[in-house]
Ligand binder design. Structure first.
Ligand SMILES: Cc1cc2nc3c(=O)[nH]c(=O)nc-3n(C[C@H](O)[C@H](O)[C@H](O)COP(=O)(O)O)c2cc1C
Ligand code: SF4
Length: 691
């Protein structure tokens, strides 16, 4: 298919100082959870982005010196020549597909906890470090500032040796130069504090130093947090944002602008939609003739075109859209708009980094698997021989298994008990803020609709006898899971007394439309999004809701997906009562008994209904019935039987999609030894150094 001429503008080349991007698609710096720890894994992932058509592909935050150490999070590093060699793997992979490689040189200031390097902490003024580590940063003196500038210059020279085309000064996300800019962090009285000219001095010097270090053939970019999003105490777009651009607008070769810390900048779709940063960054182009990159979870080519045509941005910055679909630019270029796998804004990708592990994605199961398993987002091995698979259950695991098996050319029969595909996805997408999650179902359903080798049977709940009767040689069970009704979970290993009562519900009852009487006590011992979002849904029905959690905060795990503070604020705003650090220990008809998680001290709360969000039970009866009798299986001609996704071990939608994809990838292949992927090891010659 040909490109729609409406999108031609997206494919215009853009000059960035001495280098030229082939188009306007710019993969802004984003963590991979790989960093310096897994350089080959990282290089392969970035290479796939370049192959997918991004004009510029950047690293994640890349430390310039051991005083900026983010261990245990796997950040990138340019501390020495070995780091140069590791980074060169990435630039080579990116250059191989005609893209430019950018490196985001990083000094974290207060954000650098230096747990591994054990270096002292530095920042513009004396302050405790970010988080709760019991250490403080000293106010940098002139020697510290001189050292910082030297580290930036030295790292910039290493970046050039590693082959980068664009080298950043990173004044985003409240890192070092942004800390100097921000009134809340900077109370200096010397030439680096006070007026905006003084607070911007370090940024100016770092841009000039970097320019000198990289020489004439490499571009210098600045990532600037134009608004800190905390009000007048911090950087404001109409104050520091505008003033910095007025003063320094022409100094770098490119401005990459963003809002606030990560939880503001990469807000989940539950709280903001596409292009949400526009009102805050629209002014930037008035103050510079240099190309401006901005972000906003852009997945729609029409929105992208509109950003360019209305003079908001010159280049379309993307982190999450490039993770969910590394081939987004190519698909627009080839006129394959319906094939774009749009990001759902769930922030599982961010959570990977936040848990110190290689990045994964709900929509794109190949993310993070490019090197270690050799998975490619757009290519999958064709079948080696004719074979047929019965997939039972069309939730995220079954649907992805059917889609990927279909793409390989296998004959697939997909049986779904209900009338709708997607399993938990369409149900959960009805919850407040989660409507974009339906993209998990819609993309797969759309792809399957074009396949002639995938048959779908709706309203087809199958029994073991029926599966045996069909006699399809390969059967994969993906029948999902249901929420437990007995309260067993992390806090309780036995049913909660009273859980067999009349007005005890789970999220499945909410999905089924069961009438629920208030006041409701919601007990969350799951700690991901479900407890918080169900509380919100019940409150939206006008019910009085008290959310009780064994954790210290609501939806505690969502701090990894950067949502926790928003969820708790939203529930408070909606009038949901919150009781933390308590367990529900007895369910009565009109009153519930709680126990303090620390002392065990009991208290009661009046409530007519209990909503239990504790754990799920795999819906695996069909699997167990079939697996129980291998003789009957082989008599029926069934040669393989597997269970995948929530029906095997309930988890995230991302885990279910990955399980379905993995099943399809490995189906019919020579058996893979555990763990089924390559590990990165020290190179042999390095090992010898240690005898
Ligand atoms: C997984 C992930 C990791 C990120 N890591 C970085 C980083 O290392 N450096 C940085 O400047 N921004 C980082 N960001 C922020 C993104 O660059 C971007 O500004 C933000 O996600 C908004 O863009 P998007 O809506 O296209 O995702 C990260 C974002 C994500 C999703
Ligand atoms: S994990 Fe979720 S938010 Fe991140 S890129 Fe994938 S779909 Fe988007």
């Amino acid at each position: 298919m040909a490109r729609d001429p409406r999108y031609d503008i997206l494919f215009e080349p853009v000059r960035i100082g001495p280098v030229v991007s082939k188009n306007r698609f710019y993969q802004v710096p984003h963590c991979s959870g790989m960093g310096a720890t897994w350089p080959q894994t990282l290089a392969a992932m970035r290479g796939v982005k370049a192959e997918g058509g991004w004009g510029v592909v950047c690293t994640e935050y890349c430390s310039i010196h051991p005083t900026s150490d983010d261990t245990p999070y796997p950040f990138c590093r340019l501390w020495d020549e070995d780091d140069v060699r590791d980074q060169a793997l990435m630039t080579e992979a990116v250059h191989a597909h005609g893209a430019l490689a950018g490196v985001e040189l990083w000094h974290g200031g207060y954000h650098a906890l230096n747990r591994f390097s054990r270096e002292g902490h530095i920042g513009p003024s004396a302050r405790p470090v970010h988080g709760y580590d019991p250490v403080q940063a000293r106010a940098m003196d002139r020697t510290d500032i001189r050292n910082l500038r030297t580290w930036q210059s030295d790292a910039a020279k290493r970046a050039v040796r590693a082959g980068f085309d664009i080298v950043y000064v990173y004044a985003g996300h409240t890192y070092m130069p942004a800390q100097f800019l921000s009134p809340r962090f900077n109370d200096r009285s010397d030439e680096y504090g006070g007026s905006i000219e003084n607070r911007a001095r370090l940024l100016r010097e770092m841009i000039e130093d970097t320019r000198e270090a990289v020489g004439p053939n490499v571009a210098v970019a600045v990532r600037l947090m134009v608004d800190e999003f905390i009000g007048p105490e911090g950087i404001l777009a109409e104050r520091e944002g505008k003033e910095v651009l007025e003063m320094l607008g022409e100094l770098p070769d490119l401005w990459d602008v963003q809002l606030g810390e990560y939880h503001v900048d990469a807000r989940s779709s539950r709280f903001v939609k596409e292009a949400a940063q526009e009102p805050y960054v629209a002014f930037v182009k008035r103050y510079t003739t240099k190309p401006v990159v901005g972000v906003g979870r852009f997945t729609s080519p029409d929105t992208m075109v509109s950003q360019i045509k209305r003079g908001i941005l010159d280049m379309i910055g993307a982190a999450r859209p490039s993770i969910a679909d590394p081939f987004l630019p190519s698909k627009i270029e080839q006129g394959r708009i319906d094939d774009i796998r749009e990001c759902i804004g769930c922030n599982i990708c961010v959570a990977s980094n936040g848990t110190g592990t290689p990045i994964r994605c709900t929509q794109n199961p190949t993310m993070g698997e490019e090197w270690r398993r050799g998975w490619h987002p757009e290519r999958i091995a064709p079948k080696h021989r004719d074979d047929t698979v019965l997939v039972v259950g069309a939730g995220p695991a079954g649907l992805e298994a059917a889609r990927a098996l279909g793409e390989r050319g296998y004959q697939v029969h997909l049986a779904e008990a209900s009338g709708e595909l997607g399993g938990r996805v369409p149900r959960e997408a009805t919850l407040p803020g989660l409507s974009e999650w339906i993209r998990v179902r819609d993309w797969r359903q759309g792809q399957i609709a074009r396949m002639t080798n995938v048959e779908i049977y709706r309203e087809s709940a199958l029994t073991a006898d029926q599966v045996l009767e069909f006699g399809f040689p390969n059967v994969v069970i993906a029948t999902g899971s249901t929420w437990r009704r007995d309260g067993v979970g992390r806090a309780h290993h036995r049913p909660i007394p009273g859980a067999d009562g009349l007005r005890v519900y789970t999220p499945d009852d909410l999905f089924a439309g069961t009438p629920i009487e208030g006041p409701v006590l919601l007990f969350d011992d799951d700690h991901y999004y479900m407890g918080g979002v169900v509380a919100e849904a019940l409150s939206a029905r006008g019910l009085a809701v008290t959310l009780v959690t064994t954790a210290g905060t609501v939806s505690a795990w969502t701090s990894a997906s950067l949502e926790q503070s928003y969820i708790q604020a939203q529930l408070i705003e909606k009038g949901v009562d919150i009781v933390v650090n308590h367990s529900l220990i007895r369910i009565g008809t009109e009153k519930m008994t709680l126990a303090c998680a620390f002392t065990g001290r009991e208290r009661t709360l009046p409530a007519r209904s209990a909503m239990l969000v504790t754990a799920r039970i795999a819906e695996d009866e069909l699997y167990r019935a079939l697996a129980a009798d291998p003789g009957r299986l082989s008599a029926a001609g069934i040669v393989s039987l597997r269970r995948i996704g929530d029906c095997s071990s309930p988890g995230t939608i991302a885990a279910a999609v990955h399980a379905g994809h993995r099943y399809a990838r490995e189906f019919g292949e020579a058996s893979v030894d555990e763990p089924g992927f390559r590990l990165e090891h020290l190179r042999h010659e390095e090992r010898q150094q240690f005898g």
